[in-house]
Design a protein around this ligand. Structure first.
Ligand SMILES: [Mg+2]
Length: 271
């Protein structure tokens, strides 16, 4: 069940939170579910990479993939940390390049909701830019975001280079990844809502001062300011997104007027 922050014992003494002027969205399993076959393909592609490029025995690939994710948060980060001379572009060409993108369907309901958010909207994903672009296009949301922070943003010197002596791969949940995202987007973390399905990413975001939403989970972690079972419930769980903000032309929009026009899960059914 979606949930908000627990109210403090004396709500009158609670400091009024600053308005939200930017929303930073993770991509995979936040804006869409990979459960439709994408996640299975992703796992298989990583295991194929381990076999084809790293010489891992096929029967050991699944266990290694799981261990790399558990320990390092990413197979690519883990492989390089273990000393494998992995080329990032080669990795992405297999792991993402072989995905069945046709399984990702347009989401007009979420698109409509995003279009009703007047603040800056940023994608913050560990995936490479080609993957992010293809997914957003499949979802019908390629024009819904102002900026994409992705693998290449966090690792500008790694693309087309395979030498292990360059900087290690930086990805969420690394604190450095969060710092890069904040720096590259020039956002005020205290006024930025960071939405991600990964508990560790949410914890890193919170530590950096972002306001956090754990997406796709029924429970809330202590680092999450909100939890959201489905993105479409965002207006109900974080209504302050629409409170006293201005539209893209700088006109102040009243909360009442905006709330009347925000698509909700109920109004979007069959839209
Ligand atoms: Mg995700």
């Amino acid at each position: 069940m979606d949930s908000c922050c627990k109210p403090s014992p004396n709500p009158d003494s609670r400091p009024f939170p600053p308005p939200i002027d930017c929303l930073m969205f993770d991509l995979d399993d936040t804006l869409y579910s990979t459960g439709s076959g994408i996640a299975d393909s992703l796992r298989k592609n990583i295991e194929d990479f381990l076999v084809e490029r790293c010489g891992i025995a096929a029967e050991k690939a699944s266990a290694l993939r799981a261990e790399l994710f558990k320990t390092y948060g990413s197979s690519l980060v883990g492989l390089r940390a273990l000393g494998y001379d992995v080329d990032a572009d080669d990795y992405h060409s297999i792991v993402h390049g072989r995905l069945p993108y046709h399984l990702i369907k347009p989401d007009p309901q979420l698109r409509k909701l995003l279009r009703h958010i007047s603040q800056r909207k940023i994608i913050f994903t560990n995936s490479d830019r080609i993957h992010a672009t293809r997914v957003l296009k499949r979802l019908g949301m390629e024009d819904c975001f102002d900026q994409v922070v992705c693998f290449e943003t966090m690792n500008p010197n790694l693309s087309n280079r395979s030498s292990l002596d360059v900087s290690p791969v930086i990805l969420k949940p690394s604190p450095e990844a969060i710092r890069i995202a904040i720096r590259e987007t020039h956002v005020d973390p205290h006024r930025t809502l960071f939405l991600d399905d990964n508990v560790r990413n949410v914890a890193s975001g919170k530590a950096a001062g972002l306001r956090t939403v754990l997406v796709g989970k029924t429970g809330k972690t202590k680092e999450a300011d909100y939890s959201l079972e489905a993105m479409i419930n965002l207006p109900r769980v974080v209504p302050e997104i629409w409170a006293n903000s201005t539209d893209r032309e700088g006109r102040v929009r009243s909360e009442e007027t905006q709330m009347d026009t925000i698509p909700t899960a109920a109004t979007l059914v069959g839209a």
